[in-house]
Design a protein around this ligand. Sequence first.
Ligand SMILES: C[S@@+](CC[C@H](N)C(=O)[O-])C[C@H]1O[C@@H](n2cnc3c(N)ncnc32)[C@H](O)[C@@H]1O
Length: 211
Amino acid sequence: MDTAQYKALSIKEFTKAAEIYDSGHAGIYELCKDDYPPILEELETEPFDTLLDVGCGTGPMIELLSAKYPEKHYTGLDLTPKMIEIANAKHLPNTVFQVGDSENLPFDPESFDAVICANSFHHYPNPQKFFDGVQRVLKPGGRLILRDYTSFDWLVWLMNHVEMPLVNLIGHGDVRAYTRDQVREFCHKAGLKVEKLEKQKKFRMHLTARK
Ligand SMILES: C[S@@+](CC[C@H](N)C(=O)[O-])C[C@H]1O[C@@H](n2cnc3c(N)ncnc32)[C@H](O)[C@@H]1O
């Protein structure tokens, strides 16, 4: 699959998912909610004013943040137009939601104090481009907080070489899991300093990296 086909598959899947994402009955996407509290917890450890949520979906993280810190400035970016349409209909204060690609962040250099990315990174076919872009749009000293999936190296290999080809056969599989060493290398190449990189319960990866 080339990059364009990969992203077309993401948009197809998430256009359908957008309709039910906020319903409380979103199937596997309900699991995403487990990642919101640890991201909030990280954000509470230092002040920020401008925040970018990459792969924001219908904007659940920005909704939570906006309720708590309505005076901050939020930007949500997502590849799937339907997700952004639903996010925009929420009319959150000091917030802009826009369609765009995580691998080509459409923002000026040094725009954000914090970039968050939850449950989206495993859909990016060119992960290094994402990290390079984050490094560019973060202000000096700004932080990336990323939650995604990982496991032991051998299990990540099985996920990518056995599970994904099988789910591909039924029209899904625009997904790839990474080991912590691979993520450390992406950050290193992008010029981001890894501060925390953990394999947590329920196959979760928790990363904080600083510019
Ligand atoms: C499982 S949802 C997660 C939404 C939200 N971050 C959350 O945790 O609830 C994954 C989102 O990533 C978005 N996505 C996938 N590939 C993307 C890309 N290349 N650039 C931006 N967003 C992307 C999808 O459109 C989808 O809305």
